[in-house]
Design a binder for this molecule. Sequence first.
Ligand SMILES: C[S@@+](CC[C@H](N)C(=O)[O-])C[C@H]1O[C@@H](n2cnc3c(N)ncnc32)[C@H](O)[C@@H]1O
Length: 488
Amino acid sequence: MEQVWIKKDDILENILIEKLVFGWKGFARLKHENPDYDGRVIFVTGWAIPWTVANLRVLKKKKAFLETQIVDIIKKSDIEIEHPTNKYGMSGGWKWINIPYNEQLKIKEMQVKEALQIVEQKQPELPYLPIVGSPTIDWYRNKVEFSFGKFLSKKYDIEEHFNLGFHKQGEFSKIQDMEGCSLIDELQNEIYREIKVFSKTLGLPVYDQMRQEWFFRHLMIRRTHFANEMMLLLSFNPAYFDTNTKIDKLSKLNLIKEFLISLTKKYDIIKSIYFSHNPNKADVCIWDLELIYWEKTIKENLQGLTFNISPSSFFQTNSTWAEKLYSMVLDYAKKDELKEQTVLDLYWGTWTIWMVFAKAGAQNIISVEMVKSSSLDWEKNAKLNKLDNISFENAKVEDFLKKYLKEWKTADLLIIDPARAWMHPDALPNILKFNTKQIIYVSCNPSTLARDLWFILVNSDYKIEKIQAMDMFPHTHHIETIVSLIKE
Ligand SMILES: C[S@@+](CC[C@H](N)C(=O)[O-])C[C@H]1O[C@@H](n2cnc3c(N)ncnc32)[C@H](O)[C@@H]1O
């Protein structure tokens, strides 16, 4: 019988976390007297900071690696810094807040290079430009989603039954309360605190994600930095009242509505308030939306253009740095050729790349996006911004491409900015059929970027012209990368 060398819940002692790998896991190697197991890869969740020495609990044993969680820190990393608003060092919303910013940039740059290593088999010595950091590392987020929940922990001697904050890293059922969050500005924090205090006094419980019952679920605060408008969205489980019939649903919901609307008297920046009724298991903020105050969308101004943002619209969370991202994408295009070009902007989000290219004078620009609400009023917005060279398709990119190619339509430049998860496998082969001189690929996920670049290089004669990693999201593991691919 094979000897069991390690099993679930075993504790691995004094393990050095060597680095962070993409996502937010730590990477370490096992020390074991048996050479068959020595050096086995360990992934670490919890409070992983490079060069920390920790005791780890085994969560899962796989053939090639172990999944573990930090149980005790034996030696703090030399690079670790204190952060006043993260006293327990455990919050999931700003996982890297205890890592100095210059180190964060080094880690991100390394992670992009590691992910793209495979691509070097097709194109050695990839043309990397040095990573560009964000000019503001605090108060940069225009949108934040807090969760309601409890924090019950014998280990930390904490028993908190009504919190509003972020999930504890790696522990889904614990929500860490806070005085405020340094990723958003003081006004957003003030409103967050007021809503928390009010919700607590209402006598309704926070939603329990494990049991899938009870009431308060999320609070989303979105504030545009240049147009200076704010949207609030409160999500809750309406099914709570079905099982607690003695509580008057209408009067409770009215109290919440009245309170939220009363905030607009004090903070006239608030232009839009929604309820999100979510009885579903999915831990998401946006579900069945009810507009309870004024505007459906809020405005933002970037690059001399006006953008309307709805609750579910994608919009770059770092407004000031979004301007830089879009101007870099535009710089990568051959500007003198734009006047004669049809540009396909695949995965549109909210206007941004589309309008920036339209304003720069592209002959014709067609954007494709599957979320319908993102496209609300696009014609009105085009008129508002005096742009007549744009059109919009509400479709899945993979379906749009099939149809577009079937009609023998052509394009001269492709801009691809897919969501984090992936690009549909049907889309990539069709992208190559356009045979454009250039593709600009904007990515927020180095792993899927590597997979797609590999596919493109193997199946075509495109070459990578430049790769620029860019940090839009300080204190988080997220990285944006812009890649220009050209044909000689
Ligand atoms: C990273 S965002 C794009 C950002 C956009 N370029 C911008 O800067 O505002 C990705 C977008 O792709 C959309 N999306 C995801 N899968 C899609 C698909 N299969 N077809 C079309 N759009 C999709 C998402 O709704 C999201 O708005």
